[in-house]
Design a protein around this ligand. Structure first.
Ligand code: SAM
Ligand code: SF4
Ligand code: SF4
Length: 332
């Protein structure tokens, strides 16, 4: 356990720092432009290195692995990585978060490779709003097709992540709830966060999760549901008419650091013990200089034992401006 009595249970692996979207809250185009230096190929962990580290993390008690990025489906041969992880770590809950742009074509292969479920990001049902947010002219219909395909292939229930930003897409919260109500898939409304140092975050832009629930409840009466497991970050709500549930991730207004059991592995093989960390610990160099599994295991133990992160509990307007690692690099 770390200094706040938290176990290490979840591992998020960023398999690429690249993305074909330029979501304004994550990879704004004015920063992630032609001049932006993405990682060179030899700095990126190989599949073999990822699997090796995942096994070591498993030895520390990790039960869930999420592949993310950047856009994980842009990583060439991602199905092969899923297969390697599923084979090396039987019983692990293996999931992936994607913008959905390449999911329709890959859903079947990902399921066959051993992926358990998938989360798809979609910020609005309205094309103009969605395109303004992804800044890549990507239409809503294609993401919906990908969600349907993933569900049909058994990567279900599909979770749909919507980042809610005041004045940008908050008027579409109820539309989103309406569309997925009764579908068997689960929308999760996420508070806009001050990740990285480039997205111009302001507290005024955050729609508190409680407000999201209130707006939905006015149209579709709902009630809280017990968490699936302790430490679940999404608060669950169910529709009183029995048409399923949605989740609210209030990372800003109701911080859940006390139950945060996550560690993040960046595309270039460093670990970060918090989404808002300012520095990581380089494990790739340990692997590439011939350190044994045991030495890496012990290094991770030391890092975790000293972990005291609780950024969301102590966030201020000042901390929001500090230099932090970009989310596309360590994985959302
Ligand atoms: N590209 C994939 C995607 O968009 O699903 C995976 C990586 S993305 C960084 C993971 C999740 O983080 C997405 O659901 C995205 O909406 C969310 N995210 C990114 N920036 C965020 C921010 N500033 N606040 C809240 N959530 C954010
Ligand atoms: Fe790309 Fe996902 Fe970030 Fe959007 S949220 S820019 S899709 S990594
Ligand atoms: Fe975990 Fe850091 Fe988020 Fe708190 S702020 S929940 S410690 S990742």
């Amino acid at each position: 356990m770390d200094t706040r009595n938290r176990d290490l249970r979840d591992l998020r692996i960023s398999v690429t720092d690249r993305c074909n979207f330029r979501c304004t809250y994550c990879m704004p185009r004015n920063v992630f432009n032609d001049k932006y230096q993405f990682l060179p190929h030899d700095e990126v962990l190989t599949f073999e290195e990822i699997v090796r580290l995942a096994k070591i993390f498993r030895g520390h008690g990790v039960e869930k692995i999420r592949l993310t990025g950047g856009e994980p489906l842009l990583r060439h041969g991602i199905e092969r990585l899923v297969e390697m992880l599923a084979r090396a770590l039987p019983g692990v809950d293996l999931t992936l978060t994607t913008n959905g742009s390449a999911l329709k074509a890959k859903a079947r292969a990902l399921k066959a490779a051993g992926l358990t479920r998938v989360t798809v990001s979609l910020d609005s049902m309205d094309d103009a709003t969605f395109k303004a947010m992804n800044d890549a002219d990507f239409p809503v219909a294609k993401v919906l097709e990908a969600i349907d395909m993933a569900a049909a292939e058994g990567l279900s229930p599909v979770k749909i992540n919507m980042v809610v930003k005041r004045g940008v897409n908050d008027r579409h919260v109820v539309d989103m709830a309406r569309y997925f109500k009764g579908s068997g898939n689960i929308v999760r409304f996420i508070e806009f966060m001050d990740v990285g140092a480039t997205n111009g975050w302001k507290m005024d832009d955050v729609i508190p999760g409680a407000e999201v629930v209130k707006r939905i409840h006015e149209v579709f009466p709902c009630e809280p549901v017990d968490p699936n497991y302790s430490g679940e970050v999404a608060r669950r709500w169910r529709y009183q008419d029995g048409a399923g549930e949605f989740g609210v991730i209030s990372s800003v207004t109701e911080a859940f650091c006390g139950a945060c059991t996550r560690v993040r592995l960046s595309t270039d093989g460093a670990i970060y013990t918090c989404l808002f960390a300012r520095k990581g610990y380089d494990l790739k160099s340990m692997m590439r200089t011939g350190k044994s599994d045991e030495e890496i295991h012990n290094a991770i133990a030391t890092i975790w034992l000293h972990r005291d992160d609780n950024y969301s509990e102590i966030r201020t307007a000042e901390t929001a401006k500090q230099q932090k690692v970009e989310m596309s690099f360590i994985g959302g």
